[in-house]
Design a protein around this ligand. Sequence first.
Ligand SMILES: NC(=O)c1ccc[n+]([C@@H]2O[C@H](COP(=O)([O-])OP(=O)(O)OC[C@H]3O[C@@H](n4cnc5c(N)ncnc54)[C@H](O)[C@@H]3O)[C@@H](O)[C@H]2O)c1
Ligand SMILES: Nc1nc(=O)c(N)c(NC[C@H](O)[C@H](O)[C@H](O)COP(=O)(O)O)[nH]1
Length: 262
Amino acid sequence: MSRETLSFPPTSIPPLSPYLPPPNPTSPKPHLTLTYATSLDASLSLAPGVRTTLSGPFSKAMTHYLRTRHDAILIGCTTATVDNPALNSRLESITSLDQQPRPVILDPKGRWEFTEDSQVIRLAAEFKGKGPWVVTTRGKEAEERAGLLERVGGKYLFLETGEGEKGRFEWGDVLRVLGKEGLKSVMVEGGGEVINSLLAEPENRLVDSVIVTIAPTWLGQGGVVVSPPPRREGGPPQLRLGDVSWQPHGEDVVLCGRILRS
Ligand SMILES: NC(=O)c1ccc[n+]([C@@H]2O[C@H](COP(=O)([O-])OP(=O)(O)OC[C@H]3O[C@@H](n4cnc5c(N)ncnc54)[C@H](O)[C@@H]3O)[C@@H](O)[C@H]2O)c1
Ligand SMILES: Nc1nc(=O)c(N)c(NC[C@H](O)[C@H](O)[C@H](O)COP(=O)(O)O)[nH]1
């Protein structure tokens, strides 16, 4: 388990602030920030199922700052399985559990086989992170595992999948469930399927801001690539960011923007 602590300089906060959740939100829909680290060839990892470090120490600290500014971090069950992530913030300035985000795992088919040794469970047991919420359709599997989640302050949230592709949840439904649970902001971290499904039409309308760390490296073919489905016929040919800002963080650059609405 990681014992690292990170520090993020206060002078780096103002350029990020316009893209962060508002301090007094009025909308019932949680603010959604899409954030991930990518290579120059749009890869999130060297191959499916491989944890790949892209962020350098400065942009990593930025991600951990972003984690403190959101009520939740959301990932897909494949990332939960292969990365065995901690999903807490390791900023040295953190003094209480209240400052930690809620880990949320999308797991419609109950595939994430967590145990008490999974990092996110262990850290929650040590009060270094909050207990995860697992969004699933699976009542039976959940019944068997609910005890472990509940012991560390987590729980299952039940949701039906939409009629669309591959038995996925509708993103509007996911946000509605999380909003009802009191979350005002969600930082979606990945992986590829989560990001590409969120960037598809019309779901991308739910994205309030995008913060991407670009590392100066190529991962090569065969990686997990960010590339949303083709745009609909008759619609504009590109999905593009506006209101853009580029900020260097060490050797990486952090791109912030908002999806342009057609
Ligand atoms: N560089 C980064 O910032 C970053 C971030 C996260 C993950 N990763 C990497 O990404 C890879 C995993 O990506 P992936 O695409 O294989 O898997 P993923 O993490 O996106 O998980 C996919 C699974 O999540 C669930 N899921 C996704 N979208 C859903 C939706 N809309 N509704 C319901 N369920 C949904 C499904 O069960 C699906 O099988 C790993 O190698 C990981 O290391 C990199
Ligand atoms: N910002 C960022 N830079 C990276 O180089 C990288 N690989 C990820 N990946 C995001 C994914 O959600 C991972 O699973 C978590 O970054 C792991 O989270 P922890 O550090 O264990 O808390 N994210």
